[in-house]
Design a binder for this molecule. Structure first.
Ligand code: NAP
Length: 265
């Protein structure tokens, strides 16, 4: 596994396991499969309703806690007090001593207060790192201007059809890493049938999923693909025994539409 280093010196795996849309009763099994296949970053959220099961799989695994990087997210809360409560509820659901990374899941009406609650929880040792999700433009700048801790990541819709190349530069200039949600474009937009991607896959004897995940990680972007299938879970982390050439990187760069495929802004 390759790692990248966050602005607070903490290392995060470049490939993690996302558990959005994994039903609670399948989550322990899926996370266990992921951990057995070498994943050490698990990405959940209060919204996914499977934090409890993620924690259970981690405890059952016998893997030392400090080797696993756990991310969760809070939906935007009305104020500082509600955000503080929400952080404690996630800790309780996960039933772990600390959360490696907590994000505000999407912008709301009290972003600064939500973020300040996370800052205080970080100072109290409840959260090791804090960041954002789906924050762009003014929403991101406001956190930089009004808060003390620079977000370690901004987890945004990022895949070959929405590559975020310009925004990645803005984030990096400020010390924030880009983390991709839906790195496989959730299978939409004909990604697995795409001719360019299939040709590149063939020439490396890899799958299209591996090519698009390699593309993102080769750009220094953290990816968290989701699957409930054992073979795909194994496939999606097996990215580090080949490299895309500059020409291939350029071919894939040309697939960018610079638009959300989910109707997000
Ligand atoms: N912050 C946010 O607002 C936000 C939003 C969306 C997602 N996320 C995070 O990002 C993670 C990943 O995003 P996502 O779940 O939306 O989509 P994704 O990882 O881009 O794609 C998942 C889809 O691709 C299929 N798949 C997985 N591996 C495959 C492979 N090797 N070959 C063919 N198909 C494959 C999966 O099917 P099977 O499961 O049937 O294999 C599933 O339908 C989420 O789980 C979540 O942790 C965050």
């Amino acid at each position: 596994m390759e790692y990248t280093t966050l602005n607070n010196g903490i290392k995060i795996p470049l490939v993690g396991f996302g558990v959005y849309q994994i039903p609670a009763d399948q989550t322990v099994e899926a996370v266990t499969t992921a951990l057995n296949n070498g994943y050490r970053l698990i990405d959940t959220a209060e919204y996914y309703q499977n934090e409890r099961e993620v924690g259970e799989a981690i405890r059952q695994s016998g893997i030392p806690r400090k080797q696993i990087f756990v991310t969760t997210k809070m939906p935007p809360q009305a104020n500082y007090q509600e955000a503080t409560k929400r952080i404690d509820e996630s800790l309780k659901a996960l039933n772990i001593d600390y959360i490696d990374l907590m994000l505000i899941h999407w912008p709301g009406q009290a972003n600064v207060e939500n973020y300040q609650a996370m800052e205080d929880a970080a100072k109290a040792g409840k959260l090791r790192s804090i960041g954002l999700s789906s924050f762009y433009g003014r929403d991101y700048q406001e956190i930089l201007e009004k808060c003390d801790i620079v977000p370690v990541v901004d987890q945004n819709e990022t895949h070959v059809f929405r590559q975020q190349s310009e925004f990645q530069k803005v984030l990096e200039k400020n010390g924030t890493k880009l983390e991709s949600w839906s790195p496989l474009a959730e299978g939409r937009h004909g990604i697995f049938q795409n001719t360019t991607l299939n040709q590149i896959a063939q020439s490396h004897q890899k799958t299209v999923a591996q090519i698009v995940l390699r593309y993102l990680t080769q750009r220094g972007i953290i990816v968290i693909p989701k699957s409930i299938h054992v073979d795909r879970i194994a496939e999606n982390i097996n990215l580090f025994d080949f490299e895309l050439t500059d020409a291939e990187m350029n071919q894939i760069a040309a697939l960018d539409t610079e638009k959300s495929i989910f109707g997000w802004y």
